[in-house]
Design a protein around this ligand. Sequence first.
Ligand code: ATP
Length: 291
Amino acid sequence: INVFFRPVEKINAVIESYPKGIAGFKRFTEIIDKAPDVKDAPNARDIGQVNGNISYKDVCFSYDRQKPVLNHINLHVSAGETVAFVGPSGAGKSTICSLLPRFYEVESGSIEIDGIDIKEITLSSLRQQIGIVQQDVFLFSGTIRENIAYGKLDATDEEIWEAARRAQLIGLIESQPDGLNTVIGERGVKLSGGQKQRLSIARMFLKNPPILILDEATSALDTETEAAIQQALMELSKGRTTLVIAHRLATIKHADRIVVVTEDGIHEEGRHEELIRQGGIYSQLHQAQFG
Ligand code: ATP
């Protein structure tokens, strides 16, 4: 086993990624080191597999304890539901999502998973229940096999192939002479942004968390890659509670619910057609973004 697995294993659940806005893996590790306020409560307990009902109850939050970012957010997401957060830049979409794995602590109010306050759950077992997929995925120099198996360190080859298939990665793997043993990263094959993202999706199939946070890429990918990723993400979110920090029309349209976040909080929510019909902020954003 690669030595790199060891230190990294500890923060297994969060390492695939980190909330957007915290630029770069390096900064992320710094933040982990420097986040003494987020730690296990003395009576924290491990939870097993959750159903994935999520409730934000009157949640207030600010990064600097001065300028409020979230003001009395109330939101319930049912197990298995896909909710897309939409809204202007800086409104707090990423912040709402990053409170769930407790990258930051709520200032007041609470967040519950299956009726349990997340503060009463150990960080490791909480984060084991949450998978994060995002643009700046963390890959290490090693083989494709190692990078996928990172989602489940004892995965069998069969499981790895299955995850790769569902993540639309088979084409890439089969096009390399060394297959799963292809070395990627600095000393090997350079992967495109879309390929990296699918690799992180493959990890998620192995990790198999009941709750997902998808931070969608803002940068454009070519249409074919985009479609492959969309397909993989749709498959991944099936049967899981999914929070999407949304930028893409396709995901937004497929969401069970769209939650429009503005600086004042949750402004409106509903399905795409409903919100378009209402002619509120969503329909304006939609018009501006997608024409
Ligand atoms: P975008 O669509 O641009 O990603 P967003 O709706 O996800 O925006 P957030 O990233 O949640 O918005 O940011 C909400 C506010 O909190 C912004 O004013 C932002 O500048 C601030 N903010 C975000 N991350 C941090 C941080 N790590 N430290 C301090 N302030 C932050």
